[in-house]
Ligand binder design. Structure first.
Ligand SMILES: NC(=O)C1=CN([C@@H]2O[C@H](COP(=O)(O)OP(=O)(O)OC[C@H]3O[C@@H](n4cnc5c(N)ncnc54)[C@H](OP(=O)(O)O)[C@@H]3O)[C@@H](O)[C@H]2O)C=CC1
Ligand SMILES: O=C(CO)COP(=O)(O)O
Length: 329
């Protein structure tokens, strides 16, 4: 019997798309990797590498680069791996090429600005005949591409679909847990990026490891409160895609969000330029959504105040420390 999801389309040939294409190939799938830049995709096909986005990694033999979106859509399941704010436009272009019922797994971590929609909600609007799913968890593209052990969560409303997709993409080094809690998985990935900027600021200001641990714990309390208000399950928020990814991203400058915070903390401005830091784009919408449901998120708000130029770093730190004493919750 042919394997379910024998072929996988990966839409987006950045760091994460390229790493996931290799992971799917390692799992035995035939992979079509789409990128919008024809010249870059030609380079990928010729050189079997993506030096622009994932240097030092060879493209697996069963990955076929293309700039033809229809070719990526003509697969058994599609991974959508473009930045959160580009996801609607790319999904809209993808939609007419998809067979009805094709799973489309968003791998972006963010919330759409302007609509306040989570990534699978954007998919639902842009690709109404597809089956939306989400993949998220603690996983640097470079680690996955290098075949280092990594574990993530794949969620779809239909648990059997999530399980089959997880089985199709998993390998000895890339372990996928399946879940039906789509909302929980997408909230963890979006919120942790904003909190990681705060962790980077703590690192850049050399406030110490104790402050860093406090930031993760109190940041996690914010993520939990937000998640509960928006219908996530607690066990998802304490799992790979919530706490797991928060710990990873708040721990190292390998994270672009942490690196952004680090340079803010060192007063070097919004460096490193040109690197995607999803948290900087999600912060304002996350804070607005928290306010709309009466959720207290002082750390996320402080990040947003700094990014918007309303507060300097010292003022933001001072306002967090000056909060009235309260019970731990
Ligand atoms: N990198 C990582 O370790 C991980 C990333 N993620 C998430 O994956 C998502 C993508 O990140 P990542 O791959 O790292 O980002 P990169 O910056 O490495 O790549 C982004 C890719 O998206 C493409 N793209 C951007 N805008 C558009 C658009 N409007 N239309 C078509 N293609 C577009 C870019 O194309 P071009 O090169 O032409 O600009 C590029 O190929 C983010 O949401 C991120 O949070 C999740 C887990 C791990
Ligand atoms: O989401 C990630 C790891 O799980 C990647 O984090 P950055 O986008 O901050 O680099």
């Amino acid at each position: 019997m042919p394997a379910r999801f024998a072929s996988i389309g990966v839409v987006g040939a950045g760091a994460w798309g390229t790493a996931l294409a290799n992971a799917a190939a390692r799992a035995g799938r035939e992979v079509v990797l789409w990128g919008r830049d024809a010249a870059l995709m030609e380079t990928l096909a010729q050189r079997r590498a993506n030096p622009a986005h994932l240097p030092g990694v060879a493209l697996a033999d069963s990955v076929r680069p293309t700039d033809d979106l229809a070719a990526a859509a003509a697969t058994d399941a599609v991974l959508l791996v473009v930045p959160a704010q580009a996801s609607r436009a790319v999904a809209t272009a993808l939609a007419p090429h998809l067979a009805p019922g094709t799973p489309v797994v968003t791998c972006a971590k963010g919330i759409e600005r302007g609509t306040s929609l989570f990534m699978t909600q954007v998919l639902g609007e842009a690709c109404p005949r597809a089956v939306p799913a989400i993949l998220s968890g603690p996983s640097f593209a470079a680690d996955v591409a290098a075949g280092l052990p990594t574990a993530v969560t794949l969620a779809a409303r239909d648990g059997a679909v999530a399980e089959a997709l997880a089985a199709a993409l998993g390998s000895a080094s890339f372990r996928l847990y399946h879940s039906e809690d789509v909302r929980g998985v997408e909230i963890g990935g979006a919120a942790k990026n904003v909190l990681a900027i705060a962790a980077g600021i703590v690192g850049g200001r050399k406030l110490g490891a104790s402050a860093g641990a406090a930031l993760i714990a109190r940041g996690f309390a914010e993520l939990m409160r937000f998640g509960k208000a928006y219908g996530a399950r607690a066990e998802t928020l304490t799992g790979l895609s919530g706490l797991g990814d928060l710990i990873l991203t708040c721990s190292t400058a390998q994270s672009r969000n942490y690196a952004l915070g680090l340079s803010l903390g060192q007063e070097e401005g919004l460096h490193p330029p040109g690197k995607l830091a999803e948290g900087a784009l999600t912060a304002s919408v996350l804070v607005a959504m928290a306010q709309a449901r009466g959720v207290d998120m002082p750390i996320a708000r402080a990040v947003e105040d700094v990014l918007a130029g309303r507060h300097g770093i010292e003022q933001a730190i001072g306002s967090l420390l000056a909060r009235p004493q309260k019970a731990e919750a």
